[in-house]
Design a binder for this molecule. Structure first.
Ligand SMILES: *[C@@H]1O[C@H](CO)[C@@H](O)[C@H](O)[C@H]1NC(C)=O
Ligand SMILES: *[C@@H]1O[C@H](CO)[C@@H](O)[C@H](O)[C@H]1NC(C)=O
Ligand SMILES: *[C@@H]1O[C@H](CO)[C@@H](O)[C@H](O)[C@H]1NC(C)=O
Ligand SMILES: *[C@@H]1O[C@H](CO)[C@@H](O)[C@H](O)[C@H]1NC(C)=O
Ligand SMILES: *[C@@H]1O[C@H](CO)[C@@H](O)[C@H](O)[C@H]1NC(C)=O
Length: 378
């Protein structure tokens, strides 16, 4: 009897949940139709309606077996072999999508700064703290800041499913995740970037500027908005790619390095100039150029170098911004507090921060009562 009642309870609960979701879905669809009626330009609108079948229907990309014929292949590590086998794959099905993030293709011009944050499924705490600090979606100085986390999948079996469920739950609450069904590994970071650019081309092509970065940085996005607004060309229609500029370097050939690139992956001993991947700013125009170039440049595992290659092919250069400190902040003496907010008030970005430090720093830096001795500026 008791058991039955509980069951009824559960059933009613589940039904209520379903009705809620179905009606939500229905309302969403109704909104789309309403838009079409109001604007009366049926053909144009249909073109701009997100193409879901496009997104979800990519077939599994097969491994390139002839990669094994490359000289010295058998001496390479499993991860690099894997990279070579799947290097040609540039399309993966989406597990989580945000087709309306920018309000559609036309409205995407209203997004001034799109924050595109690389985040692994396990980094839940980092995402939580970013959502309430520098990556908060908001109107700042009269312009819109929007947030997207980009992710692949991790692990296998139950653990993979659990992590996917976690992202799904976060998506339901925050609508801020793009997830593709590829294995999230260090050597797949470039793939993630390219998949994002493809997505942007389809869904947010007219975004003015983007911050592309990691989920463990302190980004002073208020300062970024002000900096970008102050540019001569502040509509995103001209070339901009700026951050921590790295030049005159080449592939690391020591197998023990995290960044090891064997000649089988890249023969050339030099990299073009690029900006450190911890965080860089670019215009919508430059994102589109990079996407175009990426279609004819073979993937290289190091994502920030790959961006540099795309720029070089387009005849564009990255530039250096003093405010971007992807190698950390230089504090003149060990007696000084490295977390003094006055060091961080004027910068654009510092790598790297633990969630608790980030939460505190963002609040201290934005405290209107913060008094800074001008000498503390970096
Ligand atoms: C969506 O994309 C797929 C794959 O590119 C294509 O075959 C299909 O015709 C598209 N549908 C619409 C309605 O544009
Ligand atoms: C590469 O290896 C495959 C199978 O091992 C073989 O069939 C093929 O002919 C080889 N291709 C080249 C270009 O050597
Ligand atoms: C497969 O790998 C071989 C050897 O590196 C390469 O020559 C060929 O272009 C690759 N095929 C594809 C489809 O990428
Ligand atoms: C990248 O992801 C694909 C798809 O999941 C996977 O087959 C491949 O092994 C991954 N590459 C690396 C280097 O892990
Ligand atoms: C990228 O390529 C597309 C299609 O070829 C073109 O319409 C667009 O203008 C290009 N974008 C840039 C910024 O060059």
């Amino acid at each position: 009897m008791r058991c039955n009642r509980e069951r009824t309870f559960l059933l009613v609960g589940v039904m209520g949940f379903l009705v809620f979701y179905l009606s939500k879905d229905f309302m969403d669809h109704k909104n789309i139709h309403l838009n079409i009626d109001v604007r009366g330009d049926d053909i144009k609108i249909r073109q701009h309606t997100p193409n879901h079948s496009y997104v979800y229907s990519w077939p599994r990309c097969e491994r390139n077996v002839s990669a094994a014929n490359i000289t010295g292949f058998s001496s390479l590590s499993g991860e690099i072999k894997d990279f070579l086998y799947y290097r040609h794959c540039k399309h993966f099905p989406m597990l989580l999508d945000l087709p309306d993030k920018c309000g559609g293709v036309d409205k995407s011009a209203e997004v001034f700064l799109l924050l595109v944050i690389k985040s692994s499924p396990v980094n839940y705490e980092r995402r939580e703290v970013l959502r309430k600090t520098w990556a908060k979606e908001r109107l700042h100085n009269g312009v819109w800041v929007r947030r997207i986390f980009i992710s692949g999948t991790m692990d296998t079996g139950f653990e993979k499913e659990r992590l996917n469920k976690l992202l799904e739950l976060e998506q339901r609450e925050y609508s801020d995740i793009l997830q593709w069904d590829f294995n999230e590994r260090f050597y797949n970071l470039t793939l993630k970037q390219v998949l994002f650019l493809q997505w942007m081309e389809r869904n947010c092509p007219n975004v003015r500027f983007l911050l592309n970065g990691d989920d463990d940085v302190f980004a002073n996005t208020n300062n970024m908005v002000v900096y970008l607004q102050g540019l001569e060309n502040n509509d995103g229609g001209k070339h901009l790619f700026t951050g921590h500029l790295i030049q005159n370097v080449g592939p690391i050939r020591y197998p023990s390095s995290k960044y090891f690139i064997p000649v089988q992956v890249q023969e050339s001993n030099s990299y073009p100039p690029y900006c450190g991947g911890g965080g860089f700013l670019l215009s919508g125009f430059t994102a589109s150029v990079i996407y175009n170039m990426s279609q004819s440049i073979t993937l290289l595992p190091i994502d920030d170098v790959y961006m540099g290659m795309c720029l070089a092919k387009a005849g564009l250069s990255p530039s250096s911004h003093m405010g971007v400190k992807t190698a950390g902040l230089y504090i003149p003496s060990s007696k000084l507090d490295g977390y003094d907010p006055c060091y961080y008030k004027e910068v654009l970005l510092v790598h790297r921060f633990l969630p608790a430090h980030l939460y505190l720093m963002w609040n201290r830096v934005n405290n209107p009562n913060l008094k800074c001795n001008t000498q503390l500026k970096v």
